[in-house]
Write a protein of this length. Structure first.
Length: 625
């Protein structure tokens, strides 16, 4: 019998993939298949001397974090069309589950594909901590956590910061793999852990990829207002750490709106940067150092433009007003520079009127969190303080219009709302992937009283309501103005694999043995659907979950074509005679890159071997479940 590779029941082996990259570039640093770290260091002139005095960011459990991040997931993501909106056509995803396991499962399909990540992780305030990872059996731990109330991380545990770091590190490491080479990540945090988060991100993303620490306004809170003496000032800001995947990446110039439009003004045309090629005569002045701001041709043209302005308006330097200059400028239909000699005898260029200014690290024109948008959609406070879409939309300005945006602490789904809102405003085609643990709502909360049992139910309903509202507003525009707005989302839920595996635990009787043997004969669990298996195969083969899944018929057998050009063809229907050579020939007419089926779908080993050789002859890969 021929050996045919089976679809793995585990997520991508990240450590193996990283080692293969190193081996391809530095084969001399490997011995008997293992990396010799001393050889790698020596290659770059660094030697493994005593590093006792070197600075290190260490905490108890850090080495375990490496193992947790590297341990492959045996779970899957099961589709839930009944909870989704436009399941068959949307490109957006909402995933319910522990984000550590979900990030592992997304590695193959979204490796190096995410443009922007935004997360708002637990701030470690002592009462918002539910992420407690289990290295031995993460899926069992997930099942346990989702059945219990919110856990806290009180400072009395003695591992207050350690627990938080152990939770964050493996998630950030996995997230870094998903970012594109020009990818960016923004992380909201408050004073409790901003110092540790900065060190953590320096280690995961590299110190050279730190860009900014942004401050955003939040509602001022001070329980000390009632007292005459205080131990600290009230807190009215939060932080957003901004990192990039690549230190060479430069992002487009960013601006923000001004409260009032700024009138045009005049600026000195000389600058201190020393470029001899930009020193030439203007108004009889040739600078001895520094440079003019523009090239000679542009400057001379701007002087002529100003002369023409005075002529057209019948004005002189002495009686022209700022309003007249602004009005004249705004009526021009092309790039229009102005340059003149100031009353102090220095060349100066015109800076046009504007309603925006360059963006800096102070975003205190924006409020980061409020219940206003939630109340607008739900008319009741189902979420205490949600992040506001305006903050996320400003971050989205760093992305192109067809980017994929990931939020794996999605909470009330503000990121999804912001992506849809910006797409509605500028005709973009951005996609969102939201991941959220189904934390239970407190039974005394407004959310629970309104019928929402966990945070995921709130997030999904927010996307539905926001999408409906945006669609109603968008329908007022003609089709020529903007493309159709994608306000749908596919819901997936984290679960154990759909593929049965041999259970080696002790047996009680012969009946249990026959039942267990039956699971070997059927590679798919009895309580799972074909669609469950199709999406697990997509994940394990590295196919994005937004690819179209198209049901087709192969000689009366049901199959699925994945992607517009049939990237993968999956056939789980064996019919009464099993998959025949004729079926295989028909499948080949779709010209897939891969064909996937279960071993049990073939009548016998001969039929399986025939299928293998037919596909091999046509250069089509075959995989079995």
């Amino acid at each position: 019998m021929v050996e045919i590779e089976k679809v793995s029941s585990q997520s991508m082996d990240i450590e193996k993939a990283d080692l293969e990259k190193l081996k391809a570039v530095f084969p001399q640093c490997f011995s008997e298949g293992k990396l010799d770290i001393s050889k790698l260091l020596a290659l770059f002139g660094q030697y493994d001397d005593n590093d006792f005095e070197k600075y290190k960011f260490e905490w108890k459990g850090k080495s375990e974090c490496y193992r947790i991040a590297g341990k492959r997931s045996t779970g899957t993501l099961r589709p839930c069309p009944e909870e989704s909106v436009n399941f068959d056509t949307t490109n957006n995803l909402y995933i319910e589950g522990d984000n550590l396991e979900v990030l592992k499962l997304l590695q193959s399909s979204y490796y190096n594909k995410i443009k922007m990540i935004y997360i708002d992780p637990p701030y470690n305030t002592g009462n918002d901590f539910v992420y407690e990872d289990d290295f031995a059996d993460p899926m069992a731990k997930y099942k346990e956590v989702t059945q219990q109330t919110t856990k806290s991380n009180p400072e009395t545990m003695g591992r207050f910061h350690t627990n938080w770091l152990n939770m964050m590190y493996p998630r950030l490491r996995l997230a870094a793999n998903l970012l594109r080479d020009d990818g960016v990540i923004f992380i909201s945090i408050d004073d409790n852990e901003v110092h540790n988060l900065r060190k953590l991100c320096d280690e995961v993303f590299g110190e050279e990829n730190f860009r900014n620490q942004i401050t955003v306004r939040r509602g001022a809170k001070s329980v000390q207002a009632q007292f005459d003496t205080w131990d600290k000032l009230g807190q009215d800001i939060e932080h957003i750490l901004f990192y990039t995947k690549n230190s060479n990446y430069r992002f487009p110039k960013q601006t923000k709106k001004l409260d009032e439009k700024r009138q045009g003004t005049w600026n000195n045309h000389w600058r201190g940067t020393d470029r001899p090629s930009m020193r030439y005569e203007l108004f009889g002045i040739t600078p001895e150092s520094g440079q003019w701001r523009w090239g000679k041709e542009r400057s001379l043209k701007a002087i002529e433009n100003y002369k023409k302005l005075l002529l057209d308006l019948n004005r002189t330097d002495d009686n022209i007003t700022s309003d007249e200059i602004d009005d004249y400028y705004l009526k021009q239909n092309e790039d229009f520079d102005l340059l003149r000699l100031s009353k102090t005898g220095k060349p100066e260029h015109y800076v046009p009127p504007t309603d925006s200014t360059l963006l800096n690290t102070s975003w205190q024109d924006l409020l980061i969190g409020s219940s206003s948008e939630i109340l607008d959609l739900f008319e009741t406070k189902v979420f205490d303080t949600a992040k506001l879409t305006a903050v996320i939309k400003r971050m989205l300005g760093f992305c192109d219009k067809d980017s994929i945006i990931l939020d794996f602490f999605s909470g009330s789904a503000t990121t999804a709302h912001a992506v849809m809102q910006l797409n509605a405003e500028d005709g973009g085609n951005r996609q969102f992937i939201c991941v959220q643990l189904p934390e239970l709502c407190d039974e005394k909360s407004e959310a629970f009283k309104a019928g929402y049992k966990n945070i995921c139910e709130i997030g999904k309903e927010r996307i539905r309501r926001a999408g409906k509202k945006l669609t109603e507003n968008n329908s007022q525009l003609s089709l020529q103005d903007k493309p159709p707005l994608d306000v749908g989302f596919k819901v997936f839920k984290l679960d154990t694999s759909n593929l049965a595996k041999w259970d080696s635990s002790p047996l009680e009787n012969a009946g249990a043995l026959f039942q267990r043997l039956d699971t070997i004969e059927n590679s798919v669990k009895s309580d799972r659907t074909e669609l469950d298996v199709v999406y697990e195969v997509m994940l394990k083969l590295g196919v994005p979950l937004d690819y179209k899944v198209i049901p087709i018929e192969i000689n009366d057998k049901k199959a699925y074509s994945i992607g517009e050009d049939c990237l993968v063809l999956i056939c789980l229907d064996c019919g009464k005679d099993g998959i025949t050579p004729e079926d295989i020939e028909t499948m080949c007419e779709f010209v897939p890159a891969k064909i996937v089926s279960s071993e049990q779908a073939f009548k016998d080993d001969t039929a399986l071997s025939n299928a293998h050789y037919i596909l091999k002859d046509k250069n089509i890969e075959m995989k079995l479940l």
